[in-house]
Design a protein around this ligand. Sequence first.
Ligand code: URA
Length: 434
Amino acid sequence: MNFTDLIIKKRDKNKLKKEEIEFFIKGSSEGTIPDYQIAAMLMAIYLNGLDDEETALLTAAMTSSGEILDLSAIPGIKVDKHSTGGVADTTTLILAPLTASLGLPVVKMCGRGLGHTGGTLDKLESIPGVQVELTPTRAVEQVKSCGAVIMGQTSDLAPADKVLYALRDVTGTVESIPLIAASIMSKKLAAGADAIVLDVKWGSGAFMKTPEEAERLTKTMIAAGKKAGRKTAAFITDMNQPLGNNIGNSLEVIEAAGILKWHIDNDLKTVALALGSKMLVLGGIAENTAKGLDMLNENIENGKGLKKFEEIIKAQGGNPAALYDYNLLGKASFSLEVKAAAGGFVYEINTYEIGKASAALGAGRLSKDDKIDLNAGIIMKKRLGDSVKPGETIAEVFAKSKEKCIEGANIIQGAVCIKKKIPEKKPLIFKELD
Ligand code: URA
């Protein structure tokens, strides 16, 4: 097969066959197709798309480019969850322990933060001692003994995605629905779960800027999941403001612990419990999502979710006392309050910019090998539609230096738009699809 012919085929808007897609992925992961030709193919796909069948074939080829985790030693239906990424999106740290406390076996493979989005692994590592780089054997053992594991992806999982993603990142081809769908679903399918719950974000802090685009991505991912024989359900949720109020690694652990401990009602909890209740349904533990929600709320009330979080931390070598004594998580040396320049209502929050402010404070990475400050971040004091007096605090920032605090605070000032009118309220959960 000549790869130039395949690039031309896609450039001319023709459909690729199974063996052609497999040739593309094999050549990409084995290094026999040069980067410039892979990049050309990615651009052809970005411009001309792939249909559902091609996307499912691409997903399958990427899934089998590496190891597929065998979770058969763990009894029960294994349900995974994936978010397409956002700001203050800490749902995993709430729903993994909660669903596990109800008997759902949870093998949650997560990533690190990059760009404006945070990553669960970094958040978990802000708890002293926690290990996230675990072998598949150790992960299976931990799920058998404590019911859940939250860990990094093994390097052998969908290696083709690493090659394609690195090239997409530098060739302007990240925001392609079939490429995003295949990238996410190949990793989820290789992670071995029987069912998958997706949280597809739309809005200023998400890859998908409109609910319609998010719906197209969702349907593509569901089709790829179903084609691979896995039950796949999804929620399309709002990312036009940070989901929680705390942004940054130890700050997000504090917020998640607070939700497991206290009777807080906020958007973060609502989304975490919606996803968790769907996981319980797909896992055969709850009859329906209403029942699932009751079960999750009960395990917040009776403390079983928090206890399970303690067990997971302990099993991964961490100190669970940090869930109670936040001093054990460490503290940023400097903080600064961000004050409203004018009075009115919070009308718009550029969530992408808030994520960038968090990275500038030290909480995120601008490139893959950057070292992050686990105690840096932001506490948002206002949400969309809240009234604000001139000079009132809209956020507080935390960092290692005064200069970083000032840089982060300036970005937040520019990202929060205050007007004299109240913004139209957008639904937190735009749609549920399965
Ligand atoms: N997350 C992924 O894993 N891949 C994408 O392409 C986009 C978001």
